[in-house]
Design a protein around this ligand. Structure first.
Ligand SMILES: [Zn+2]
Length: 374
């Protein structure tokens, strides 16, 4: 059989770096091509002659080639043969059919079976499920909150999920970061999380960012997402995520967990107050994080679930978000409160009347450098 390289439709649609460097080649019949093709693809019906392909690649100044057929099967064989001829070729998994489905958000039969119990909900239905498929959600931090939020986003069928996380797995993480197990200790969280989630749901695509978010990289990481989940546990990063999302007008869900308490708040562009409207500035002095203050895994689990639910509600346009509200729960006595924050803080540095923070990369000093994720 031999091995072959492949690329998913999500990667293609997400403008992965490979795509920019590659020539897209349609190997279906000329008639099929005439009826419709992936934009920028050239038609080269089978049998594909390596010499002719190399000529076309040269013409387009491309060093790699992405091959697709109708469903991604015949193209596998072609890609193997091209690789044997020294051509840097990739197979487009699922082919033109998968591209059509992904482009329109249409669901295949297996997806309809997989999501049947949630699609039956009148609030969601097939339309809501298609919206989830087309959606792109970024989770910053693959720790305790991230493990849970990612799991439920993936299971629900969010089509493209980004994970930004620079940390490695330690044994002391395992009591709360339930995406990982003992065998994963010492490995990168982002890759273990990606591999676990891809096994859980083969219909979704995971984009990995093996890095902590910083004032220098956050704008680039968040820019292509519809919704961001802040699953970090240090105060500086929370302000950074808030400011970057507010400036870039990307909705996000903030959460924090310490010991037996948790809180959640969602922001959407418009008149909603942001995290900085409420908490104003990074406090001076000692702010304990999970490593110092302690944390119960089940609390992070509850809060991570709420974050996933906020993302799903936002994408499917159902229910009421925690916008202008802070949800708070004390797990020791199970008391919950919703604290209403009806309007913006006019002196908020990022969304008030006279914002002084207009680009996070200009203010890198104020976000510090602590990196612990929950
Ligand atoms: Zn604000």
């Amino acid at each position: 059989m031999g091995t072959y390289k492949s690329i998913s439709v999500s990667e293609l649609l997400g403008n992965d770096r490979i795509v920019d460097d590659s020539l897209l080649v349609d190997i279906r019949s000329e008639i099929a091509y005439k009826h419709g093709y992936i934009p920028n693809a050239v038609s080269l019906p089978e049998p594909v002659e390596p010499e002719i392909l190399l000529e076309i690649m040269k013409e387009h100044a491309k060093e790699k080639v992405i091959i697709y057929c109708s469903i991604g099967e015949r193209s596998k064989t072609v890609v193997r043969e091209l690789c044997e001829n020294g051509i840097d070729a990739y197979n487009l998994t699922g082919g033109y059919h998968e591209w059509l489905l992904m482009k329109t958000g249409e669901l295949c039969m297996d997806e309809k079976i997989q999501y049947a119990r949630q699609m039956v909900l009148p609030e969601l239905g097939e339309t809501g499920q298609e919206r989830l498929k087309k959606a792109r959600v970024l989770v910053i931090g693959a720790g305790a909150l991230g493990s849970i939020a990612l799991t439920y986003l993936a299971a629900a069928g969010v089509g493209t999920i980004g994970i930004a996380e620079g940390d490695i797995i330690e044994r002391s993480n395992l009591h709360r970061q339930i995406l990982f197990d003992t065998d994963n200790v010492g490995n990168k969280k982002v890759y273990e999380a990606k591999s676990r989630l891809e096994k859980m749901n083969t219909f979704i695509h995971i984009e990995d960012y093996d890095t902590y978010v910083t004032p220098g990289n956050i704008n680039d990481i968040i820019k292509n997402y519809d919704f961001v989940i802040d699953a970090t546990d240090n105060i500086e990063t929370k302000f950074l995520i808030n400011d970057a999302c507010v400036i870039n007008k990307i909705p996000f869900c903030h959460a924090g967990v310490v010991a037996f308490e948790g809180q959640v708040m969602t922001w959407v562009p418009g008149e909603a107050p942001c995290y900085r409207c409420v908490f104003e500035d990074i406090p001076d002095g000692y702010i304990p994080n999970c490593a110092q203050a302690g944390i119960i895994g089940a609390m992070a689990g509850m809060i991570g679930c709420i974050q996933a639910l906020e993302a799903i509600k936002y994408i499917a346009s159902v229910g009421e978000l925690l916008v202008g509200k802070i949800y708070h729960i004390n797990g020791l006595n199970m008391q919950t409160r919703i604290i209403r924050v009806p309007r913006k803080n006019i002196s908020c540095k990022v969304c008030g009347r006279k914002p002084v923070i207009t680009n996070v990369s200009d203010n890198s000093v104020m976000y510090g450098r602590r990196n612990c994720m929950t």
